[in-house]
Design a protein around this ligand. Structure first.
Ligand SMILES: [Zn+2]
Length: 207
């Protein structure tokens, strides 16, 4: 898969690459279409891996008897994220944020989310003052950059039962209260509280 993505990148970026392969240049929209098709394939494989990790976590907690009254295993997770700032030849600051939720027992990723405040296709046409053609837009976040991480983590908690049949009732965090504040106000498991364990060195060990 990595080789295919590299080939697409080589094709797009390099005149020489296109010459060697005897292929025409891709327009930004064509590139976006190919990229999205590849992304769907990668997502499918990744989702399979996430579900496998969830099954392992469930088995460990079921054996320990950590299940609620409905038989749903409750587990301890570690959550953290990061956001980046990149510039694409203009003063426009493009921002993306990423966060992951990891099962403490398996140390495997159970959820990963990305929020983007920009879309390279939109940016390209906006800077040229042209109408943006129809495309699958990468922009999925309008809030502040700092709130991206807690929003992704909340998404992961809200989808834990649907994705894995698990409840993340213990969260090992890095002391950043904005993450836990969002979880406390949205209560993804209703009356079941989410306990927080603050441990900076522990999260750094994983991420
Ligand atoms: Zn867009």
């Amino acid at each position: 898969m990595g080789n295919i993505l590299y080939l697409i990148s080589f094709w797009k970026k390099s005149e020489r690459g296109r010459g060697i392969l005897n292929m025409p240049a891709l327009t930004p929209v064509q590139y976006n279409t190919v990229h999205n098709k590849m992304e769907k394939i990668v997502d499918k494989v990744f989702l399979k891996e996430l579900r496998k990790a969830g099954e392992e976590e469930a088995t460990i907690d079921q054996e320990k008897g950590d299940v609620d009254s409905t038989g749903t295993p409750y587990i301890t997770v570690i959550a953290d994220g990061a956001w980046s700032k990149r510039s694409y030849k203009t003063n426009y600051n493009a921002l993306s944020g990423l966060a992951v939720i990891i099962g403490k027992a398996t140390k495997k990723v159970l959820f990963m989310g990305v929020k983007n405040k920009f879309c390279i296709i939109g940016l390209k046409f906006e800077t040229k003052n042209e109408d943006t053609p129809q495309h699958q837009c990468a922009k999925n976040w309008k809030g502040s950059s700092t709130s991206m991480e807690s929003a992704i983590i909340l998404d992961g908690f809200q989808r834990s039962v649907e994705m894995h049949g698990l409840k993340y009732t213990m969260l090992v965090g890095d002391g950043d209260s904005s993450k836990t504040k969002k979880l406390s106000s949205h209560k993804p498991y209703g009356a079941t509280p989410i306990q927080k364990i603050e441990c900076v060195p522990f999260t750094k060990e994983f991420l």
